[in-house]
Design a protein around this ligand. Structure first.
Ligand SMILES: O=C[C@H](O)[C@@H](O)CC(=O)C(=O)O
Ligand SMILES: [Zn+2]
Length: 274
């Protein structure tokens, strides 16, 4: 079963007038991982699609998505799939890929439909594409690792980059996930902006009683969203995106937009945050 929810892009002047519920309606998504279902969110920020596929005992096929306006979802799109569950299978273009926990499968434009099976919990990301890049399984050991932060600032972490120009060729999608050293809870602090690209975070491996306070908004006009396990936050190009957890967690970041240069960030000075 497929369900798709559309989220329109709004500007920062509108966003600053919203209350908590209004902010959540635009920028927060939950319940994406339901057994026997594919649930997608179609964002008008860079037309990124985010979603979950949990095949359970059966299999699930992702093919036509009316919102994309093509016969099959990947006719003019590329896709990245992160498995946050047990090892599962993704079949595409006549080939079945064994995707382990923490592995990422990249699927190039024109290669759909995509079939999911096994005990995986698949996080789906898709962006419009203009050329076909090779479909490729990128395992945890293939990822590029960037160590950042320090225990004194509670942000000691490693950024694992999977869809990144030095690891795998893509059109727009840049993605990976960030893991923390024990006791570190702050992600992406000091904060940054990249007006060239939007970003989406999936928070996962978070205990049921734990939450991440995710910060968004322009640097002089910040707001927070309280995030539980396996929830997504859409970060507009004009927004900071950072957070602190009450406990351990991992988060998947993904970007789409005008460039694929991971380091093209405008750092925000602490003194400019309000
Ligand atoms: O633009 C890049 C993204 O915000 C993330 O990669 C940041 C991140 O994972 C981190 O600092 O922990
Ligand atoms: Zn960013």
């Amino acid at each position: 079963m497929l369900s798709v929810e559309t989220r329109y892009a709004i500007d920062p002047a509108t966003a600053k007038t919203l209350d908590t519920e209004g902010l959540r309606q635009h920028f927060h998504a939950s319940g994406l991982f339901a057994e026997g279902e594919i649930r997608l969110v179609y964002s008008h920020y860079d037309r990124l699609i985010m979603g979950g596929a949990v095949p359970g005992t059966g299999s699930l096929t992702l093919d036509k998505v009316a919102e994309a306006g093509t016969a099959s979802i990947l006719d003019r799109r590329e896709m990245g799939i992160l498995n946050i569950g047990e090892t599962g299978q993704v079949t595409v273009d006549g080939e079945t890929h064994e995707v382990g926990r923490g592995d990422v499968l990249y699927i190039g434009m024109g290669k759909g439909p995509v079939t999911f099976s096994g005990p995986g919990r698949f996080y789906i990301l898709s962006a419009p594409a203009h050329r076909a890049c090779p479909t490729r399984l990128i395992t945890v050991k293939d990822a590029r690792r960037v160590e950042l932060g320090a225990p004194e600032t509670c942000n000691e972490r490693v950024i694992l980059q999977f869809l990144h120009p030095e690891v795998a060729d893509t059109c727009q999608l840049v993605m990976g996930y960030t893991q923390f050293k024990p006791g570190s809870v702050w992600n992406t602090m000091p904060a940054h902006l990249h007006d060239r690209r939007m970003e989406a975070y999936l928070y996962f491996e978070l205990g049921p009683e734990q939450r991440v306070f995710h910060f968004m908004g322009q640097p002089h006009e910040t707001r927070h969203l309280v995030m539980a396990n396996e929830e997504v936050v859409i970060s507009p190009p004009w927004s900071i995106h950072c957070g602190a957890g009450t406990g351990a967690y991992t988060f998947c970041w993904a970007m789409a937009g005008d460039n694929v240069d991971f380091t093209d960030m405008d750092m925000v000075a602490m003194g400019d945050l309000r």
